[in-house]
Structures are given as C-alpha cells and as structure tokens.
Design a protein around this ligand. Structure first.
Ligand code: HXC
Length: 513
C-alpha cells in the first residue's frame, strides 16, 4: 500500500473520533464536533494539529478494545486575528471526552509550548471528567493540567469555553483559568451531577439548575460570558481575544480604527437625575466616554451592583470598573467585591489600564454580609486596586462614601489621577446618618428635635456633599464637567503610557482569600 495513502487514511480515521453515529448524536444535540469548533475559533486554515495518532495505554474494563486515535482531544496551535494561540478541544464522541492519562499529556504538551512561546491557551471543554476506567492515572493527568494552569496564571491569558456537560475534574481546570464562557442549554459545570447530589444530600435538582449557564452566570459567578450556541460562543471568544495581550510582558493590540459619536459629549451631562437619590445606568456613562460599541461586559449577570468589562479609548484596551446605581444603589457587597477584585487583578496582570467610575453609598450592612465575610471579601477589592501598578484613573460621578470611597481606586491607594464631577459627594457617610451621630445631644435637647436634625443634616451636606473639600486637600486632582470626561481620560492615559511602578521584591502577596 502506498505509504502516503496510509497516512491519509489514518488521518481520516482520527478525524472521525468516536465514529459517525456519535458525531450525529453530537449534532442532534445542537453541538458541533471538536474539530468543527476549532475551525470556527481560529483564522481560516491556520490550525496545525499535534498528537493526532496518540492512543491511550489502558487495558482494564474493556479499554484494550476501545482505542481511538487522538484519544478524545484535538490539540495544536493556530492564529486568531493573525496572533498565535494554542488550543485544545475535547471530543465528546470519544468516551464522553473523558480525560485519560494520554489525553492529559496532549493538553500538557501544548500548555508547555504556550508557556515557552508566551501565547494564550484556549480550552474547548466537553468532558465527563476523569476517565473512570483508568483510575488514578487520569486523576494524576488532571493534576498535571491544574499545576500548569496555576503556573501559567498571570503569565499568559487562559480562556475556557464550556461546550458540553463538564463534571468532576473537568470543572477545576476552567476554574483556574481567566475567563469561562458557557453555552445555554448544552453546557453544564458541576463537581458532581444531579444523581450523586440526590444520593448524598437528597436534593432533587436538574442539571440546568445545578450547573447550567444561567445558574453559573447569575448565582455562583463561575461563568463570565453566556452564549446561545456553539457558533456564537466561538465568535465571542475571538472578539474577546482582540482586547487581550499575548502575555504579561506585552500590550494588548492597538487599533487605529475607532469611532466616537460626538453627540455623546453633550449627552453624558444629561444622564444623572436631578435628585441624587434616584438611580441611573452607569453603562450609559461608560458608553459616552469610550470608543463607540467597544464595551465588552464581563460577568454581566452576576453581582449587577458593579459593572466590569473591557473597552477601548482611542483604539487602546482599557478595563472598566464601575458602581451601578441601578442595582442595589451601587452598594459594595460580597459578590460585587469579589467580581471587581478578580477583574482588576486580571487587568493588572496583563498591562491593561484601569478606568473606575464611582458612585457608591458604602458597604452593604447586615448579618448576612458580616457572617459571610464581607470584611475579607471587601478587602479583596481593596487589595486588588492597591497592588495594581497599571495606569489607574477614577471618575467620581456622584456618591463616594465611607470605606467604599477608599476602596474604589482612591488616590491614597495608588490611583494616578482622580477626577470628580460637580455632582460628587465625598464624605464619611450620608448627611442624615452623620447628623444623627455627631449632633445626637443637640438634636435630643432641642425643643423640636426633628427640625434640629434637618438643620444639622443640611449643615453637614453643605460641608461635604460636594467635591470641593476633597479637591482642596488634593485627594482628587480636578473637578471636571461631565462633557470634559472623555478628553480628560484620553489625556490622562496618554500621560501614563510610560508609567513604571515596581512592587517591593517578595515571593507573592497574601491576598485575603
Ligand atoms: C469514562 C465516560 C465518562 C467518564 C462519560 N463517559 N463520562 N467514560 N469516564 N468519566 C462515556 C459514557 O460511558 C458513554 O459511553 C459516553 O461517554 C457518553 O456518556 P453518556 O452518559 O451516554 O452521555 P450523557 O447522557 O450526555 O451524559 C454525560 C455526562 C455523564 C453527564 C458527562 O456521562 C456523566 O455523568 N459522566 C460521569 C461524570 C462524572 O462523575 N465524572 C467524574 C469523574 S471523577 P458510551 O460508550 O455508552 O457512548 C473526576 C475527579 C477528578 O473527574 C477530580 C479532580 C479534582
């Protein structure tokens, strides 16, 4: 037989994975195959496969009669927008995409190359977890991957796309990466599935409720991006990649093609309601400052009282962190602090400048928050901003009260430039509460305590419900008109382009976990 033909035939066999019947089953669930997904993810004809003929070495439980070239995962490298990326795509048609010793070796091989060549890794996950028939060697394989995920963390971007039922070890590698994308209705993530849950805790729960895209987007915050199907999710991964650098030593790509609708310069001044206790959508403010249509919100449905995401200003990537007055008045609580902290740390690790919009009435009080550790979780956001050495700008649009003022990228925790709008209120607490505490005796001794309270509230508000006390002390650098915001932000980031700030030499910090 012609040796070249033999190779071509072997390739065709490998490409069939678990066979036509299983490919049909995969398609009938609305899912693409591992290879079809790679085709959509990467630039056309850019994929170079590695390890196509790798087979497992297991013999127990009939596995000696069940070998599939490639062993349930397609691995290799290619490009997205012309830039190098490494990719692995698990093949559910081969033993449910389960992870064997050799399957793990293939993933580790591309991760090692990604580290040496300092380029991102994207994992397309569709796996039933450790290959049960192989026992401990598949567990060890997972550990090999987790170890590499951790070493690569903060060094190269790592993205995980969940495109099927991912159970057991299959969820922990994604959890160690930077961003998780999930597909509605076809992807699940859980440590153990509904059957085990029922046996152990007697809870009856569907896969969707336990670990579907919506659950992880809204309740747990495990899922950063939700898409309706395989095609859309892969487009969104490509889009996100256009905002990210290749590694921690490089900058995100700079595009000179950007647009800015100049009517937004006037519109921005009309967003805040006249009554400062009423809500507004901070995303409208963000939109009026950044390049048109450039905001990519991360964690959109989780902890909606804070908004985080990537954007561009004159074609350069920035990270935006903003209190959202429309949700719980923009208060900081456990989940919003965790969400903000994680995003700030990603941006700092990958040289992405930070723009913060602040309108925060304080930390959320109460037993629920205290007993669940708001002190430690709030400290995460404080720590993340404090340690960030990327260019950092803050715009105080309205409320900046109490500890939350300090936490939200304040000047004294290292922000480079802090601006306030004329509507800013910068104080230890709201005027009503402040008057009640510091004028307690005067109010109770007054013939009309209610009127006295009102008078003292006004006195405190006149003193602090404005940006000027902070401006007098240099705690903010300038008071600006809303319409000046974009130009101020552009000038500030330009000024900070050559910023270099060293952190004291140490092994690593000890972020409050
Ligand atoms: C070997 C597996 C497998 C696994 C699925 N398959 N999971 N084979 N090891 N872990 C095989 C099935 O036997 C089946 O083979 C094929 O894949 C498709 O599986 P189905 O069950 O028919 O598909 P579906 O109904 O869609 O259910 C998918 C699933 C379910 C939800 C993933 O298969 C499942 O619950 N699997 C086990 C999940 C699990 O508990 N994993 C934990 C492993 S322990 P045939 O030949 O019939 O087509 C672990 C610990 C690591 O991961 C810890 C690290 C911290």
């Amino acid at each position: 037989m012609d040796l070249n033909q033999k190779l071509i035939d072997k390739r065709e066999t490998s490409k069939l994975g678990g066979g036509l019947k299983r490919i049909e089953a995969q398609h009938s669930k609305g899912k693409l195959t591992a290879r079809e997904r790679i085709e959509l993810l990467l630039d056309e004809d850019s994929f170079n496969e590695m390890g196509m003929f790798v087979e497992h070495r297991a013999t127990k439980f009939g596995l000696d009669k069940q070998t599939y070239p490639g062993d349930g995962v397609v691995t290799g490298f290619g490009t997205i927008h012309g830039r190098l990326v490494y990719v692995f795509s698990q093949d559910f048609t081969v033993l449910g995409g389960s992870l064997s010793e050799t399957h793990a070796e293939k993933i580790c091989k591309i991760m090692d190359l990604a580290m040496k060549n300092q380029a991102p890794v994207i994992g397309l996950n569709d796996s039933g977890g450790a290959r049960i028939q192989e026992g401990v060697v598949s567990l060890a394989g997972y550990a090999d991957i987790f170890y590499r995920n951790t070493k690569a963390s903060g060094f190269i971007p790592q993205l995980s796309v969940i495109m099927g039922p991912c159970a057991g070890g299959a969820v922990y590698s994604p959890a160690l990466t930077d961003f998780i994308f999930m597909v509605e209705d076809t992807s699940y993530m859980f440590v153990t599935g509904p059957n085990v849950v029922k046996t152990v805790t007697h809870e009856e729960v569907t896969s969707e409720d336990l670990g579907g895209a919506k659950t992880h987007a809204e309740k747990s915050g495990v899922n950063h991006f939700t898409s309706p199907n395989d095609v859309t999710v892969l487009k969104e991964v490509r889009d996100l990649m256009s905002y990210l650098p290749q590694n921690c030593q490089s900058l995100a790509p700079h595009t000179t093609k950007f647009e800015f609708d100049k009517t937004k310069i006037d519109r921005i001044g009309q967003i805040l309601p006249a009554n400062s206790t009423l809500p507004y959508d901070i995303r409208e403010v963000i939109d009026c400052v950044i390049d048109d249509n450039s905001f990519r919100e991360v964690h959109k449905d989780f902890a909606t009282n804070i908004v985080v995401g990537f954007a561009r200003v004159e074609g350069r990537t920035i990270g935006v962190v903003a209190n959202q007055p429309m949700s719980m008045a923009g208060v900081l609580d456990i989940d919003s602090s965790r969400k903000g902290a994680r995003f700030v740390r990603f941006c700092d690790a990958f040289n992405i400048p930070l723009l913060t919009f602040e309108d925060v009435p304080g930390f959320l009080p109460g037993t629920d928050q205290e007993w669940n550790g708001i002190i430690v979780h709030g400290a995460k956001l404080l720590y993340a901003f404090s340690e960030a050495t990327v260019p950092r700008i803050t715009i105080i649009t309205r409320k900046a009260y109490g500890g939350a003022f300090d936490v939200m990228n304040s000047k004294n925790i290292g922000a480079d430039l802090n601006f306030a709008w004329p509507t800013a209120e910068i104080a230890v607490m709201g005027a009503k509460g402040a008057a009640e505490i510091i004028f307690k005796r005067e109010i109770s001794d007054a013939t009309d305590p209610e009127a006295k309270w009102k008078e003292k509230e006004t006195e405190y508000a006149n003193m602090f419900a404005n940006p000027y006390r902070a401006a007098e002390r240099g705690i903010i650098d300038d008071v600006i008109l809303p319409s000046e915001t974009r130009n101020k932000v552009i000038a500030a980031f330009k000024m900070l382009e050559s910023k270099r700030e060293e952190i004291p030499p140490k092994k690593h910090g000890n972020i409050p976990m």
